[in-house]
Design a protein around this ligand. Structure first.
Ligand code: ZN
Length: 686
């Protein structure tokens, strides 16, 4: 029996955050799951030729309230967790996931949907609705809807097997990482490490009841040693441990990698694709594996001369030092790069904090979107919130009409997870239950201290701009199909609206809107800004090659790798990476055994690691239009809003992109921004 006043069932725009408790979760989700199932069952009962409303229209709405409730619960679990809330979330999560997974596997549902798709009524629908029909049926097919019973059974076995193997892989990485520790009692070995890293190592030792300093393979510990430790043998030891993680008993991922690759390939071929990349990228902007591969290869070619120059500069710098090694090894690169950075730049990013008081940064962000998109943001103090630090804002069009609203939750709390993210709560549509959009952005910036305002680093500023970009994608959406709204776009397109926003935070014209010293009111000194700008291109080709190397290796494993011909996938992956490395990788280099992005879940980033660079190409290229017209151009802003932000996934992303740019993307702007291309060699825009 449903509690009649369960606030999670209210589906109100003013979410009753002040009333929602952990005890509401299970009953509410149970009711909503039942309702969604009943709505799907109704679609399945349709006889003859269904109408759009009775088939795809109903499908589009069948999970609306369930999604909303799960978004609210998931959000509260992420920002204000309690043991009871976590339990409740963990209780409903598997059932909800299983429910969604079942939809594309339902043959009765597929039959009704297909009947509509094959009826003449399809051609009378809007382009967005026709696209929804196509994408939905493609998704059903990728889940085996067109397979015979034997093949379906095999597909099911593969899914079960893949989920088991990838879970095992992920646990092995975790356990192998945790199994390593290096405890140092001789303080002279810690030369070079900053006080914060030593302190963390001492705390880590203490927590284990040990004397001295404890180093692990966790990222902060690993990165600190690789970047700062003067002791070369120490760096070599930690590097070796990190890059051979999970390659020996009892946590051995070598066989799992081979098995996962084999099953992924079998799955792809069962579904009629040549390889796993083609299966996975069918609904992405890249479309297929070879397109992604040539994208990566092209960028490699264009980055290579700069990569070689940077590495020559590093070698020369090391040769000029008193005790530099004759040959640089992998465990020397980050260390000497840091030394070179210090020699070249006298820049500490803490110097910028006083110019980035949080309220000013938000005001600047809101001024920016008012200038380029014509939308106004105003804070509303009387909305129900779940914590006093959370702010609530309303966004209005130039006419004053409300478009949507959002929460901003910016500071860390013990009950809140780390990082920064955006989530949507409600997708508004004309004539529907809700006409306005509702979302949230979260960050973990330094909170105010005493009577000082919260002062952000430049990186925090970029992060806020980034998450606000995702939020704009949601809030400025003008959807005709809920399932295609806002950020529900292809994986290699979704970061365009967010990453393009980061660019604004590097522009003098934008910074001058808001960046003022919190005590003196002075703008950022020219010299300080110039220093910041210079650091942006420092060893940029190396950073880029590293990302390209992961992308190339990922694609090679999921497209070209043939176990009969190529043998051990780990050494195959190492060889693929070698082309992207400035130093010779060790024989036992086995990064792939610990690369959760690719193997810790059935899909994850597999055959999709290229997306990071792909999105960067798009955002840098698209931003070049703003640069050409003046970064505060209302005209370019208006077009970006109309062609990209308003459209969600209602047209092919490449078409949306071309509508905005007037041509296909090129990597020139990305290369120019990273200092890998002279700025004036950018071709004119068509
Ligand atoms: Zn993002």
């Amino acid at each position: 029996m449903a509690d009649p006043i369960n606030p999670l069932l209210s589906y109100r725009f003013d979410v009753p955050f002040d009333q929602i408790e952990a005890q509401h979760v299970v009953p509410a989700v149970t009711v909503l799951l039942e309702r969604s199932r009943a709505q799907l069952a109704e679609i399945k009962r349709v006889q003859g030729a269904p109408s759009y409303e009775a088939s795809f229209g109903a499908l589009d709405e069948a999970t609306e309230e369930l999604e909303h409730a799960m978004a609210i619960v998931g959000h509260l679990e992420a920002v204000l967790t309690t043991p009871a809330l976590r339990d409740a979330h963990n209780t409903v999560q598997p059932e909800v996931s299983a429910f969604y997974a079942q939809i594309a596997l339902d043959p009765d549902l597929y039959r009704v949907l297909k009947r509509f798709a094959e009826s003449p009524a399809l051609t009378e629908r809007s382009p967005a609705e026709q696209r929804f029909v196509k994408l939905t049926l493609d998704d059903f097919k990728r889940h085996g809807a067109e397979l015979g019973p034997d093949q379906k059974r095999r597909l099911e076995q593969i899914s079960v097997e893949l989920s088991k193997l990838t879970t095992q892989y992920s646990q092995n990485v975790l356990d192998a990482t945790n199994a390593f520790e290096l405890v140092i009692t001789d303080e002279s070995k810690l030369e070079g490490l900053p006080a914060s890293a030593r302190e963390a190592a001492r705390e880590s030792a203490k927590a284990k009841g040990l004397e001295g300093y404890r180093f692990s393979l966790q990222q902060p510990s690993y990165i600190a040693v690789m970047t700062y430790a003067d002791d070369r043998a120490l760096r070599e030891q930690i590097y070796g441990a990190y890059n051979t993680r999970a390659t020996s008993a009892p946590y051995d991922n070598r066989g799992l990698v081979a098995d996962i690759l084999r099953l992924r390939k079998e799955k792809a071929q069962l579904l009629g694709f040549a390889n796993f990349a083609d299966l996975n990228l069918e609904d992405r902007m890249a479309k297929n594996g070879h397109k992604a591969q040539s994208f990566v290869e092209d960028l490699r070619t264009r980055t290579l001369p700069h990569f070689e120059r940077e590495n020559r500069e590093l070698t020369e710098f090391v040769a000029s030092l008193d005790h530099g090694p004759a040959v640089l090894e992998p465990w020397d690169m980050a260390y000497y790069a840091e030394k070179l950075r210090n020699a070249r730049f006298d820049f500490d990013e803490e110097q910028l904090r006083p110019y980035f008081a949080v309220d000013r940064v938000l005001d600047g962000l809101f001024m920016l979107v008012e200038r380029i998109y014509g939308v106004r943001v105003e804070q509303k103090l009387d909305a129900p919130r779940y914590h006093e630090d959370v702010r609530f804002y309303v966004m209005r069009n130039e006419t004053g009409a409300q478009i949507g609203a959002f929460y901003a939750d910016l500071y860390p709390r013990d009950e809140k997870r780390g990082g920064a993210w955006m989530a949507d709560f409600i997708t508004g549509m004309p004539g529907k239950r809700h006409v306005h959009h509702l979302g949230v952005m979260c960050a973990n910036a330094n909170p105010p201290l005493g009577n000082k305002p919260a002062l952000l680093t430049h990186q925090d500023v970029e992060t806020l701009f980034h998450e606000f970009g995702h939020l704009l994608h949601h809030l400025l959406g003008e959807p005709g199909v809920r399932s295609l709204a806002g950020t529900r776009v292809a994986w290699d397109f979704v970061e365009l609206p967010s990453m393009i926003m980061e660019n604004f935070g590097w522009e003098r014209a934008i910074l001058d809107l808001f960046a003022r010293h919190y005590e003196t009111g002075a703008p950022i000194p020219e010299e300080l800004l110039a220093k910041l700008q210079r650091t942006r291109t420092f060893r940029a080709a190396n950073a880029q090659m590293r990302q390209l190397g992961f992308a190339a290796m990922d694609l090679a494993l999921h497209i070209d790798y043939d176990p009969a011909r190529d043998g051990d996938p780990l050494s195959y992956a190492r060889d693929a990476m070698q082309r992207y490395s400035g130093v010779k990788l060790p024989r036992d280099y086995a990064m792939v055994a610990g690369f959760g992005h690719l193997f810790a879940s059935p899909v994850g980033y597999a055959a999709g690691y290229y997306s990071y660079k792909w999105a960067e190409v798009l955002e840098a290229d698209a931003f070049s239009r703003f640069v050409e017209a003046g970064v505060l151009s209302r005209e370019v802003g208006g077009e970006f809003r109309k062609h990209i932000l308003a459209r969600g996934n209602e047209a092919d992303p490449l078409d949306l992109y071309k509508d905005f740019m007037g041509r296909e993307p090129t990597p020139d702007a990305l290369l120019a921004r990273a200092g890998l291309l002279p700025r004036d060699s950018r071709p004119p825009r068509a």
